[in-house]
Structure formats: C-alpha cells, structure tokens
Design a protein around this ligand. Sequence first.
Ligand SMILES: NC(=O)C1=CN([C@@H]2O[C@H](COP(=O)(O)OP(=O)(O)OC[C@H]3O[C@@H](n4cnc5c(N)ncnc54)[C@H](OP(=O)(O)O)[C@@H]3O)[C@@H](O)[C@H]2O)C=CC1
Ligand SMILES: Cc1cc2nc3c(=O)[nH]c(=O)nc-3n(C[C@H](O)[C@H](O)[C@H](O)COP(=O)(O)O)c2cc1C
Ligand SMILES: C=C(C)CCOP(=O)(O)OP(=O)(O)O
Ligand SMILES: [Mg+2]
Length: 352
Amino acid sequence: MNSPNQNPEYTQSRKADHIRICLEEDVQFHHVTSGLESYKFHHCCLPEINRDDIDISTTFLGKRLGAPLLISSMTGGTQQAAMINQRLAKVAQQYKIAMGVGSQRVAVEKPQVADTFAIRKYAPDVLLFANLGAVQLNYHYGLDECLRIIDILEADALILHINPLQECIQPNGDTNFRGLLDKIRFICSNIAVPVIAKEVGNGISAVMAEKLLGAGVAAIDVAGAGGTSWAKVESERAENALQKRLGRTFADWGLPTAECITSIRAISSDVPLIASGGLRDGLDVAKSIALGADIAGLAMPFLQAAVVSEAALYDLVQVLIAEINTVLFCTGNSTLNDLYKSGSLRKKISTK
Ligand SMILES: NC(=O)C1=CN([C@@H]2O[C@H](COP(=O)(O)OP(=O)(O)OC[C@H]3O[C@@H](n4cnc5c(N)ncnc54)[C@H](OP(=O)(O)O)[C@@H]3O)[C@@H](O)[C@H]2O)C=CC1
Ligand SMILES: Cc1cc2nc3c(=O)[nH]c(=O)nc-3n(C[C@H](O)[C@H](O)[C@H](O)COP(=O)(O)O)c2cc1C
Ligand SMILES: C=C(C)CCOP(=O)(O)OP(=O)(O)O
Ligand SMILES: [Mg+2]
C-alpha cells in the first residue's frame, strides 16, 4: 500500500488545504521581515526625465518582459486551482510578466489533473516556469517526470523548489534530502530548458547558491523570509500537538529576502536572480532590483487578487507597475539598469 505521501488524493487535498489556509489564516512572518524596510530611496527633486519615457521592460532567461515581475509558483491540481491559474495566466499575458505554476507532483501522481496546469494557451508569449520539489528526486522521480511536467506547460524553464523546513513540519513530509545536489546536477545537464533553484520562504544563502550554480542551475529565486511562512501553513495542517508546536517554533525561521539578494549578487555579478519572499508592493520590487535582483516575484498578493476576480488581478499589476515607475521617476532613473547602477538606494541608519 502507498504511504500517505505517495497517495494522489492526499497530495491533491494538500493543494486545496494550502490555498484555503493561506487565504483564511494569518500565516505571514511576524517577527522576521524581508529586510527591505531597512532601505530607503534617495529622493531626487528634479528628475530631468519625462515620466512617459521611463522603460521598465527587461529580459530574463532570454525572454522579454514588460515589467520585472513574476507571479510566483502557487497552484494546480484542483478545480479552484485551475481557475486561479487561468486568471493568472491571462494577466501575465496582458502585461508580459513571468509566471510559475505550483508543484506539478500532483499531475504526475494523478494525470487527470494535468490540465489544471496547462495554461500555455492563455499565455502564449509569457515566460512560464514548471515546478517540482527537488526532494522528489529521492522518491522515484527523475528525468522522465521533469520532462513530462515541462511538456504539460510548454515551460521555458523548470523550477526545482527546495523546502526542507516545510517538509519537516508537513504531516508525512518528504525529508530525505541526502545526495540531492548530484541529482540536481544530473537534471541540469540532461534537460534542454534552464533549471531554477527556488526556496519557498526560508531563503537561499550565498554559499548554497554557489553550490547550486556549480551543479548547473541557471538561475536562483531566493524566496526569502519575511512573507508567507510555510512552517505556519503546515502547522495549521498539523495532525498532532508535536507537529503544531514544531510549526510554531519555526514560524519565523529563515534568511531575510534582502540579505539573500545582496549576498548572492556579491558572489556573482551575472547570475539571473529572482527576488521573492515578502514583497508586497512595487516599492519592494524596485528595492529588490536596486539591490541586484533581475526580476521580483510575489505569491500571496496574487493569490488574494486571483480569488476575487480577473479584474482584481489587472488592478494589482497596474498598481505594481505604477509604483515601480514612480520610484524610477522620483530617483531620476529611466531604466531598471540605471536604477541598479545609480546608488539611489541607501541603508537606513538604525534609530534603536
Ligand atoms: N510564532 C507564532 O506563530 C505564534 C502564533 N500565535 C498565534 O497568534 C494568535 C493569537 O495569539 P495570542 O496567544 O492570542 O496572543 P497575541 O495575539 O496577543 O500575541 C502574543 C504574541 O504572539 C505573537 N503573535 C501573534 N500572532 C502571531 C502570528 N500569527 N505569528 C507570529 N507571532 C504572532 C505576538 O507578536 P506580534 O504581535 O508582535 O507579532 C505576541 O508577541 C493565535 O492564533 C496563535 O496561534 C501566537 C504566538 C506565537
Ligand atoms: C497557495 C500557495 C501555494 C504555493 N505552492 C508552491 C509550490 O507548489 N511550489 C513552490 O515552489 N512554491 C509554492 N509557494 C510558495 C511561493 O512561491 C513563495 O515562494 C512563498 O509563498 C513566499 O512568497 P510570498 O511571501 O510572496 O507569499 C506557494 C505559495 C502559495 C501562497
Ligand atoms: C507549497 C509550497 C510552498 C511548496 C510545495 O509544497 P508541497 O510539499 O505540498 O509540494 P509537493 O510535495 O506536492 O511537491
Ligand atoms: Mg513536498
């Protein structure tokens, strides 16, 4: 008999739990922040540019984006998830921003739900990321499964998410992480699309980024601490007091997003770098870019808008774009590259 964590119905119901818990419970970090609030842009009173001339387009992994934004990997596998993915894909296409889907393990275990991830038809021009837990490579998954999930999405890249803390708290979580770097290396050298290594809200350090890049990973999504806490989410799913307590104890564990961005950019000037984890507005996005990220991902804000309506998603992206443009205007920069090079972002002196 299958253990619960290899049971397709169990995986599918976990996907539904994740959406419900994220929307209904307070699962944000409380005591650790993204670190972005410690930075402030230096205001420029005379920008000497026309706001209409500002250009926030960029290129990531060879594809042109209208703005440096990513809808972070979230969902798939249920009817509600299909609706969410469809809405997200349409807004991504409208604004030419990047998008990831949630872990496609459920589609491997239960092929009937593969179509809940099949969003290419709604987003023909969008940079799309497939998604799988790296740990599955220790649980009978290999090249075939990776190729299958890339194919479902006609994805431009494959995200391997790395989530040791979440798997520790998750009832029946997959916690054998032994030897994964070599398995990631094998996948990287045997598939045609780039592989992105991504955490889920606890951050990737410079040391680990270096190892992952050495294994052939093409890009890093830091998914740092300060936003959605997956220890809290899984603690809400706890089946006993120990699991509940474990989730509480580690609710605020991880490396803040700002720290991950600066430390990884310091060891590599050219690694394609995604900032995410606790980014909540266009100011956070602009700060991330100024710190060295190429694009910035948000999960929770997109989920909250997606369950309201497609119109709410259009509103959200418009606001994010207006906020990024306003930062560029009020710092006197016309492009994202100018912003990065300008030194407009300063670390605030602690007043404590
Ligand atoms: N670490 C955690 O995850 C904790 C979560 N909680 C949850 O908060 C709710 C209310 O708690 P209660 O005991 O009535 O007391 P309070 O709401 O008065 O909070 C007591 C302490 O817990 C912190 N806290 C409250 N909510 C959270 C949260 N969601 N995440 C992290 N820290 C939090 C508060 O810090 P601040 O207000 O500065 O964030 C405060 O220091 C309960 O649902 C409880 O499960 C409670 C304690 C710890
Ligand atoms: C409902 C939901 C489901 C998620 N599922 C996945 C997933 O399957 N794979 C993954 O890599 N990350 C997943 N994430 C994590 C996000 O991509 C992101 O790394 C994390 O939530 C931190 O970003 P945030 O603070 O903007 O929410 C999920 C997030 C949400 C809100
Ligand atoms: C939800 C997040 C943040 C990552 C994936 O969680 P799961 O552990 O539920 O994903 P799979 O095992 O189904 O890949
Ligand atoms: Mg998992």
